[in-house]
Design a protein around this ligand. Structure first.
Ligand code: 5GP
Length: 197
């Protein structure tokens, strides 16, 4: 997605060879217009998949997921990283190790909102080693629902998450795919060049 790649190039900060900071439009301050375009893009990519719900994880998955839900006219459920006192229903849970925070969280959603009649689109802000997405897959599968696809805003393709998820048979669609963050520079996988090879 050209607009997203430009935003990453102009506003992203490379913190190390494997961490990109995008606090100015996605992870802290949010650019609503960009989120709307991201939502439209996910809706167009996954049209025809018969998706009935979107599942994401707090907090940075929520903005793109809500915009996609708005475009697709379906509800959005976000997994919580901490138990909430008001979440008294039966919980579906999975353990996720956070790549950026280096901590392990039990993530959960209420079984009230996803069930075996649902086809679920999983959305997240970043895909690195695939831990967060796999945790969401486990939760969705516990509910009996089907995972119809995984939509990622920024995929770091030099890490193994995307391949792992594809090898498990999931459709993974990422709006920006980064092949390298080395020497402080963001390099994208150029779809056109890829098609020509
Ligand atoms: P994974 O679980 O795929 O290893 O990592 C994905 C999760 O870690 C995302 O939910 C995201 O919050 C965080 N993450 C992974 N890599 C980055 C990164 O380079 N920058 C930021 N801001 N978050 C990241």
């Amino acid at each position: 997605m050209r607009l997203l790649e430009e935003k990453i190039s102009n506003n992203g900060k490379v913190l190390s060879d494997n961490v990109l900071k995008v606090d100015s439009f996605l992870n802290h301050q949010i650019d609503p217009k960009l989120m709307l375009e991201i939502g439209k893009e996910f809706a167009s990519i996954f049209a025809g998949e018969g998706i009935t719900k979107i599942v994401t994880i707090e907090s940075s998955g929520i903005a793109p997921a809500v915009m996609a839900g708005l475009q697709m006219n379906i509800p959005v459920i976000f997994a919580r990283k901490r138990k909430s006192l008001t979440l008294v229903d039966e919980l579906l849970t999975a353990t996720v190790h956070s790549f950026t925070k280096n901590e392990t969280n039990e993530i959960s959603i209420s079984n009230k909102y996803v069930n075996e009649s649902d086809r679920v689109l999983i959305i997240d802000d970043f895909l690195a080693n695939g831990e967060a997405a796999l945790g969401l897959v486990k939760i969705v599968q516990q509910s009996g629902a089907q995972v119809a696809g995984i939509g990622i805003v920024i995929e770091k393709s030099f890490q193994h998450g995307a391949q792992k998820l594809k090898d498990l048979g999931f459709r993974v669609e990422s709006l920006a795919r980064i092949s390298s963050l080395s020497k402080g520079k963001v390099t994208f996988i150029n779809e056109k060049v890829e098609e020509m090879i």
